[in-house]
Design a protein around this ligand. Structure first.
Ligand code: ADP
Ligand code: MG
Length: 235
């Protein structure tokens, strides 16, 4: 096994004549937490979609554990947990029934225990029998987090997960992410929250107009300088 769990080699993504990603290259080792910042339209969501195989790059290569994305077995996708803007939840099912459904898709054997554990973590245990259609936005988001982590994925991709969360739900999410990081999960998070994104990260990237304009280990970036660095890079 190579230590480069994720490697991108000159990834370009075109939508018509628009280049949403322009030769993006970087690698991450297992157990790293990359926070990605950047203004709207920078290509952050496109990058996560390319990584999670929701869309194919126009050119360039992605490697996981040294193997080309196209050569990986289908069930490699089990290694991913994705939290995006879509909650991927069924409104007419209860919280628990939603998780059971995903548990079946993933072929989990100990699904009952996992559901109990994860609902406790997102503080929805007492709402497990409620229909998802009656959930508030924050509750939906917390259940969506539970869904994406139910199968204990190695790689966690998050697209603006703090958007729409209240203080308490944000706190819960940060604690879950810290715990995942402590368990050596590899995490890539896009966020506009400079503070939380900085605090959680081991590596920091800034994107602008389809390019990575900054990429460094957090230890090299004093917190008090980070906002200025960010503003200078995106202006
Ligand atoms: P970010 O997440 O950083 O705000 P996106 O990755 O969503 O940026 O978008 C990058 C650029 O690609 C934007 O100009 C956006 O309009 C464009 N784009 C994203 N998705 C599509 C799509 N499916 N079709 C056409 N253009 C798209
Ligand atoms: Mg986006």
């Amino acid at each position: 096994m190579t230590s480069k769990l994720i490697k991108l080699d000159e990834i370009t993504k075109r939508y018509g004549y628009l280049e949403a990603l322009k030769k993006v290259s970087f690698y991450l080792e297992r157990g790293e937490f990359l926070s990605i910042f950047g203004p709207n339209g920078a290509g952050k969501s496109t990058l996560l979609k390319v990584l999670s195989s929701q869309t194919r790059p126009s050119s360039g290569q992605i490697f996981f554990d040294g193997i080309k994305l196209g050569d990986l077995p289908n069930d490699f996708r089990r290694n991913f947990g994705v939290i995006s803007h879509q909650p991927f939840l069924y409104e007419n099912l209860s919280a628990e029934a939603n998780l059971k459904f995903y548990g079946k898709i993933y072929g989990l054997t100990d699904v009952g225990r996992r559901i109990d554990d994860i609902l406790k973590k997102v503080e929805l245990s007492d709402r497990k029998d409620d229909y998802v259609r009656n959930f508030s936005r924050g509750m939906l988001q917390r259940l969506s987090i539970a869904r994406s982590l139910l199968h204990d994925p190695e790689i966690i991709l998050l697209d603006e997960p703090y958007t729409g969360l209240d203080q308490h739900a944000s706190y819960i999410l940060s604690n879950i992410l810290k715990e995942q990081f402590n368990h050596s999960k590899t995490i890539i998070m896009v966020t506009h929250n400079l503070n939380r994104g900085y605090d959680l990260a081991s590596k920091i990237a800034i994107m602008k107009r389809g390019k990575i304009v900054f990429f460094d280990d957090k230890v090299n970036i004093p917190k008090y300088e980070f906002e200025d660095i960010y503003l200078a890079k995106v202006s």
